[in-house]
Ligand binder design. Structure first.
Ligand SMILES: [Fe+2]
Ligand SMILES: [Fe+2]
Length: 288
């Protein structure tokens, strides 16, 4: 039996909220900055299809999981479905503002098709790796206000809300992976997860960079200027990729688990500040 460091009292709580429905989102919603808007829009373009893929990949391994994990998978599914809905709406607002996202969407579909053509455990591995990626990005987004400084309020709220729930369910795909591979040797599990993470990371960095450059091109920013703006934003200031590098590397350490980093204080802080939000919060599950 594998011991799981997911906190016993963790509650995965879908917060069924809607964002940005009342007014149009400005084209350069991220502080009027082309590169900042572009990278977040590029990321958002991946979510509707990507998160549906996460759900299907994890659910394929739900049968036979311990009851607590089965419950967590349900709550994870609900959260991801709502994220897909909200990012779909966010992406439509980007289209309304004049962006053409079709190239970026086609790239996401191409990547997903390659993974889906392999055995289901590969999809679960890819989800587990991408969920770590999302969780460390989410941590950075919430811990460091510089990332969303200057962003339009509703858009910033959407990203913070999504970040909170990504942290909350960050152990689910990993625990499902541990359960699905419980008969593997530790060495085999490590080798596969390391290979998957390296593959995912390469594609993530290359695809999001290319996607952001494409959107910047649509804003008339190209060539060396586009590269310089984007690379400096991602790697220097505020430098989100640089800042998650340490947490990314810890994935490869023996005994890694997403909850080795207990960042529930970020969730508590968010819930305290969002308690006056008009949307009702629905408790789906509270573990004993
Ligand atoms: Fe999500
Ligand atoms: Fe997620």
């Amino acid at each position: 039996m594998i011991s799981l460091p997911t906190p016993a009292e963790l509650s995965i709580t879908p917060r069924d909220r809607r964002f940005g429905r009342r007014s149009a989102t400005p084209r350069l919603w991220h502080g009027g900055r082309v590169e900042a808007t572009a990278i977040y829009n590029a990321l958002s373009t991946t979510f509707p299809k990507g998160e549906a893929f996460f759900v299907e990949s994890v659910r394929a391994f739900r049968d036979g999981t311990p009851p607590r994990l089965a419950d967590e998978i349900k709550a994870f599914t609900t959260q991801e479905a709502i994220h897909s809905r909200e990012h779909d709406a966010f992406n439509r607002r980007a289209i309304d503002a004049g962006y053409d996202l079709s190239k970026l969407e086609a790239q996401v579909e191409k990547r997903l098709a390659v993974t889906r053509s392999k055995p289901p455990i590969v999809s679960l591995g890819a989800t587990m790796a991408l969920e770590h990626f999302t969780a460390i990005l989410a941590h950075q987004l919430l811990a460091n206000p510089a990332h969303l400084a200057g962003a339009e309020q509703e858009a910033a709220d959407l990203w913070r809300w999504h970040a909170v729930e990504e942290i909350e369910h960050k152990g689910v795909a990993y625990d499902t992976w541990l359960h699905a591979t419980r008969h593997w040797t530790r060495w085999k599990r490590w080798k596969v997860k390391a290979k998957v993470m390296l593959y995912i990371t390469r594609n993530f960095v290359v695809d999001r960079t290319a996607g952001a450059l494409e959107l910047m091109r649509q804003d008339g920013v190209t060539g060396v200027r586009a590269w310089a703006l984007l690379l400096s934003y991602l790697w220097v200031r505020p430098g989100v990729f640089r800042k998650i590098a340490g947490a990314w590397g810890r994935f490869f350490l023996p005994g890694f688990h997403p909850w080795n980093e207990d960042d529930r204080h970020l969730l508590a802080r968010y819930d305290a500040s969002a308690k006056d939000a008009p949307e009702p919060k629905r408790k789906v599950r509270r573990a004993a």
